[in-house]
Each structure stands twice: as C-alpha cells, then as structure tokens.
Design a protein around this ligand. Structure first.
Ligand SMILES: [Fe+2]
Ligand SMILES: [Fe+2]
Length: 297
C-alpha cells in the first residue's frame, strides 16, 4: 500500500473559496473530486484520494491526517481513551475515507488517523484526464504554527508514536522548531513556535519529483503572477529541495522534492539557534527574511 504512515490529507481555510479552487485546479492542475457542506476536496490526481480540502473564510489548518491501517487506528483509539483529549470517530466522514479517529492537540489543531479506499500506488498513466503533467505528485508534509509546541510534540510522541527527527532549540533548551515523522519520511508534520494562537499554519508542502519538476511548476506560477517568497534551495532539516510562495487564499505553500527517508531508530538531530547562520538552507546564500521565519496563517 502506498503512503501508509505518511501525511494523507489536510483541510485548510482560504479567504476566497472559488478563487482558490480555480487556482488549485487551473494553475496547479489538481482535480476537484467532491464538494459537500461547503468543503471542496482536491486531489493531485494520481490516485483517487483527496489531498487538500478547502473551506471558505479565514486561513490556516483545520485538521491534518496520517494514513494508517484499520487495526492501527483502533489501537490508537484505545490508547487515546486513557487521555484527557477530545477523541471522535470520523469513519466515512470524508470522500474516499474508511476508518477515522480525530483528536485535538494541546494547541487546538486537530490530527486525524485515517484509512482510505484507494490504496494503489501513484500511477502516472492511471491519472485523471484533467491532470496537468506539471501538477504535484502528492501532498508531502505540513508545518504548523503552535503556541504550545512542546506540549504538541509530547502528545504526538506519547500517544501516537511520532518521533522527532530534527529540532532547533534556544540556548535555554526551549523548542523553536520541531520536525516529526510517523513512518520512514524525515517529517510528516513540523512545528514552528508562535505567540499568536490565531496562526495555525506555517506552510503546506506538495511533493514534486525533482528540481526540474519544481522548475517547470515555478515557470507556471510566474506565468500566472505568483512570485516565490524564498528558495529554491535545499533544507537542512529533511534535506529536501524547496521553494516557497504565498498561494491563493492566504496560505504559504512549499514545493518539495527528495525528502530524506530514515531508519526508525535514527536519533534526533538537535541544533542550537544562536549557532546557526542560516537555519533554513544548507547551501547558504541569502537567509530568509524575518517574516518567513515568524509569519504564518
Ligand atoms: Fe480528514
Ligand atoms: Fe516544509
């Protein structure tokens, strides 16, 4: 089965739903798979599972989901019942979804465990006819803004078996950023510290095949008036290639390729903020503006 123990989908608020749907379908080449109760479900088109759902009004993340098996989901539900957390079943609540369990992190962001109907691998010639060749392959990872970063990280470690792959700490040991995995990818979910509880998302990342694929997509973005905020370059954490821009509807988007895969026993890489000249790019070059490091949606 493809994508098991990997980020499966996310629901994101946008300031203008129809304008955003038009951009995600016409410019990015995503497919509109379904729309119900004001939620539009979009897929990258190489399988029939939705990757990104959009809702009207505001910005940021409502929930993100990790794909597991039905048996794993049942086991986590039993473990979560021993916590104070608010746990809900979401079986069949979204298109293509079979089992589901949703729980709120201490910061208030919801994480969901799901199994899906279409478990094929991503097959280029099985893609839907509407899909552009330059479209992203899949959702890759999500990076959240959290006003309770240490509590969120501990919750995911203690109750849902996530591991920290990398973190940046201040000299006093407090966490500034954390990157967490459930399976073999370096990170499925990252966290960036914020003092603003209204901000929930630093960026959502789509998977691209290569730097050339990112290049073609950036050309397409430029043709439609979208300019990069930072990159392209290669990250320190995860070693993935990246480029960032502010997408339609007020959320930051990352184009990502070559995310590292890790042995489950890999130790956490801990870096101290004051000792880093550029925490974002391993190639150096110009560091990002402060707004990139601190502003989310
Ligand atoms: Fe979901
Ligand atoms: Fe990222």
């Amino acid at each position: 089965m493809t994508g098991v123990r990997k980020l499966e989908h996310a629901t994101m608020a946008v300031t203008d739903l129809e304008e955003s749907v038009d951009c995600y379908t016409d410019v990015f080449g995503l497919d509109e798979l379904d729309r119900r109760d004001g939620v539009v479900y979009l897929g990258c088109g190489l399988d029939e599972n939705y990757d990104l759902a959009l809702t009207e009004g505001g910005t940021g993340i409502e929930h993100f989901a990790i794909r597991l098996t039905d048996a794993e989901i049942d086991a986590y539900e039993r473990r979560l019942a021993d916590t104070e957390a608010d746990v809900r079943r979401t079986d069949g609540a979204e298109p293509g979804q079979e089992s589901g369990v949703r729980v709120s992190l201490p910061s208030g962001i919801d994480v969901e465990l799901v199994s899906v109907a279409d478990t094929r691998y991503l097959h280029p010639t099985k893609a839907t006819a509407d899909r552009l060749g330059v479209a992203p392959l899949d959702l890759d990872h999500i990076n959240l803004m959290s006003d309770a970063i240490e509590e969120d990280v501990a919750f995911l470690e203690d109750h849902l078996d996530f591991d920290v792959s990398d973190e940046i700490v201040e000299e006093d040991g407090s966490t500034v950023q954390s990157w967490m995995r459930h399976g073999r990818f370096h990170h499925d979910a990252g966290f960036t510290r914020t003092d603003d509880p209204a901000e929930t998302l630093h960026h959502i990342a789509f998977q691209f095949e290569s730097f050339d694929h990112i290049k073609l997509f950036c050309d397409r973005l430029a043709q439609h008036g979208y300019q990069l905020e930072y990159g392209p370059s290669r990250h320190n954490a995860g070693s993935n290639l990246f480029a960032y821009f502010w997408g339609p509807g007020g959320n930051r988007i990352e184009l990502s390729a070559e995310m590292a895969t890790l042995d489950p026993d890999t130790e956490t890489g801990v870096r101290v903020l004051e000792e880093e000249s550029n925490t974002v790019s391993s190639w150096g070059g110009s560091p990002p503006k402060q707004e990139f490091l601190e502003k989310g949606s």
